[in-house]
Design a protein around this ligand. Structure first.
Ligand SMILES: [Mn+2]
Length: 227
């Protein structure tokens, strides 16, 4: 059982258009406004709802129908200090692929929307995360120019019925829709559970750094005028 998100997060649900299909758009909340988003994404293959508060406490309620994936998303919320309420109903009886990839799309879209015009963020974040015998490096630029370098080779990929190669599908979908340049490198480690968990925790920690408001940063952290 995960921790329940705050009541503020729950209240927000009632004020939004839950049930309507959300298009890929970015809103630009006023400076000082709460950085949050609700994304509902429904296709023939999956039905997903994501509620995200960037400056949260790491509270989560996650249900995807894939226990190991839930475990990863819960760790992601906890270590990023994001409040995350995520439910996904997908054709998991066919395969986990659609659900994992579509959760990446919906979660990435929620990050992009919550971020608004990205004013005041640190923009860059990186983390080297050890997990038992494994070590993973994650480096992120919140550039709005999506790019992924994913160097994770595993001899054993199965974590019960979860194929660790699906994590790359998640990462690519997430980075594409969140507008991230994200580099993930497995330095070493063989346990697929440890490596994948290090990836999710490393992404969370790096994102937390990159997305935090830097009090000395006035406006956008770029000389171009836009991110
Ligand atoms: Mn674990």
């Amino acid at each position: 059982m995960g921790q329940r998100p705050s009541s503020a997060l729950t209240k927000m649900t009632k004020m939004t258009n839950a049930g309507k299909k959300t298009k890929q758009k970015t809103s630009a909340p006023a400076l000082g406004a709460e950085r949050r988003a609700v994304v509902v994404r429904k296709t023939r293959e999956t039905d997903i709802r994501v509620e995200l508060l960037l400056d949260g406490e790491g509270l989560y309620q996650v249900s995807t129908g894939i226990p190991f994936f839930d475990h990863m998303l819960e760790s992601f919320a906890k270590h990023g200090l994001f409040d995350l309420d995520l439910s996904a109903k997908g054709d998991t009886a066919v395969d986990f692929h659609h659900t994992v990839e579509d959760v990446g799309i919906a979660l990435g879209t929620a990050f992009r929307e919550a971020l608004g015009n990205a004013a005041g963020i640190r923009r860059y974040g990186s983390f080297v995360l050890p997990m038992a015998e494994a070590k993973v490096e994650v480096a992120i630029d919140v550039s709005n120019r999506p790019y992924v370098v994913y160097r994770v080779e595993l001899n054993n990929r199965m974590i019960r019925e979860f194929d660790a190669s699906l994590v790359e599908e998640f990462v690519r979908a997430f980075a594409q829709h969140a507008g991230l340049d994200m580099h993930i490198n497995r330095s070493y480690g063989e346990s697929p559970h440890h490596v994948v968990e290090a990836i999710f925790k490393g992404m969370a920690r790096a994102l937390r750094i990159a997305l935090e408001i830097d009090p000395r940063q006035q406006g956008l952290p770029t000389v171009k005028g836009a991110l």
